[in-house]
Ligand binder design. Sequence first.
Ligand SMILES: O=C(CO)[C@@H](O)[C@H](O)COP(=O)(O)O
Length: 219
Amino acid sequence: MSEKLIAPSILAADFANLQRDVEMINHSDADWFHIDIMDGVFVPNISFGMPVLRDIVKHATKTIDVHLMIVDPDRYIQTFADLGSDILTVHYEACTHLHRTLQAIKSAGMKAGVALNPHTNVQLLEDVIQDIDMVCIMSVNPGFGGQSFIENTYAKVSALKEMITRKNASTLIEIDGGVTNKNAKKLVDAGADVLVAGSYVFKSSNPITTVKDLKSLVN
Ligand SMILES: O=C(CO)[C@@H](O)[C@H](O)COP(=O)(O)O
């Protein structure tokens, strides 16, 4: 079984102590930085943009996993590559020409991810799954941290895993929203490879221990 990865979501960090929180992730057992970019149009919230990402990248020593919750993401693919994103995830619901967008992300030197809102059926990816490096299944409605996990996610993960295996693809499955020690093992057992955790890590009394425990729970 391949190693399961933990990606703390910077959205739940203390933005007045951002360098401290970035260094904390550097020194933890976490694998990736998960960075949420929200435009206030695709989702009803605005997070932060390029200058903040640039400064995170300056201090981060791990993979930069950027999740774009924005309309018309094609406009910014090269910008996020230049800023140092390793993985760029766009929303299925925001892309008219998803195949073209995936090609553009890869041509810019990044891994290409596709995020699915809770209402979006995984079967819609059947014809492009071999072109996708990672599918991010949203287990909350995107836009805010600290929401409750949607239970139907387990069934989506199993269905997607079945498709990936059947198509002989090497796509990773990432889960984003409401991840805690209560659902992590069940998600991995269903086929998840990467767990994004925001509030559960940053609002805990000892984030380093929380990440360590989460990591060992799923490996
Ligand atoms: O994309 C999002 C929210 O839209 C997530 O990345 C959240 O940041 C996860 O936060 P928690 O649910 O773990 O607090």
